[in-house]
Design a binder for this molecule. Sequence first.
Ligand code: EPZ
Length: 419
Amino acid sequence: MDRIVVEGGARLEGCVAASGSKNSTLALMAAALLAEGETVLERVPRVRDVHHMLELLRALGARAEWDAEDPTRLRIDAAELTNPEAPYELVRKMRASFMVMGPLLARCGTARVSEPGGCAIGVRPVDQHLKGLEALGGKIRLDHGVVEAAGAPLVGTRIAFDVVTVNGTQNVMAAATLARGETVLENAAREPEVIELAQVLCRMGAEIRGAGSDRIVIEGVRSLRGVTHRVAADRIEAGTLLTAGLITQGDVTVTDVQPEALEAVLDKLRETGAQLDVKSDSVRARAGERPAPIRVVTAPYPGFATDMQAQMMALLCVGTSSSVVTETVFENRFMHVPELVRMGADIALDGRSAHVRGVPRLLGAPVMATDLRASAGLLVAGLAADGETIVNRVYHIDRGYERIEEKLSSLGAVIRREG
Ligand code: EPZ
């Protein structure tokens, strides 16, 4: 089982380009099922989650291939969907697989997708996805762990989500593009990944207004066509790389990004005393001392991204005083805390808040990755720790970061992967 070994202490500096967004890619791959033709996605990150979604699209009967010339170009042809059933062995590997439900129901009039189940960070139910699809006319049945939906044609309606859900908004919005009449989504997620999906769906022929606000209006159309789209930068990878630079009191520039998608994170990095130079497609972050203490509260966009919580906490572990990090989106997203404490961090948990008392130095140690972003936080901590940090179960990191050790090494980190 692979692991990553970091020798802490090197000051990171230089430029690195962000990869395409893993989360945008997954939603766009699912939405490609709506098109009666080929969709081409460019700047696709070659990460485990994308490979799992590729397997799933093929199992559904779509043709999905990496381009022969460009290793980050993905060709998906959903003209023929011979098998609208997403099997458990594929869905259990990646819960975002559930996003094929809406497109399958809208396109084929039927869908069977295994209930994704929870994961390390929480129960993560899909009740809001099902509420939306049922409201559109899908007859939902739970059949021994498989969610079955049937109903054609779907009919537009008003849906008010009880909680803000990113994939729920994307799933139902996608289904509504082929429903008869108008659908209004209230309390919709506002994430950049929702906006990007709506933009691509519109280029495919859909009629969507209001994406990026909490009220999205979709006018159903008869069919959608394939398009070519360059995936936006991975804003969470960009934030992770900037935090990695700052914890080493370095000077790192991340290029080919959309800074506006990271505003809340950049604001918090400024509050720690980091010097940021923000241009239209790049962010440079410098620090000459340990971070000042701050208060971080995660929230749906445009709030501070929950996917940056572990990485920010790692930075605050070497702060000059005490910070408080509050996780409001998921109920169990502090799995990195015991591992950071093993590295000498001084953190006390109190319900949804972590009280982080800054220490001058962390100490390298063997640590266990538990989920994608917790692993990233441990890597960030290891960069500034005394001695060697060994992050085990690196497959968690590989789910969402493309060649992370190569990118960090190009910035001066002393880091290697061991198989
Ligand atoms: C997306 O997950 C992202 N994943 C997550 O990133 C991210 O942490 C999350 O949004 C929040 O920003 C992808 O886009 C593939 P939610 P999603 O539905 O959509 C509750 C990463 O690290 N909820 O917005 O599944 C849920 O339990 C991953 O890249 C319901 O109660 O998250 C949670 O508490 C991790 N019922 C809250 O809403 C539902 O039907 C927000 O979850 C759906 C969600």
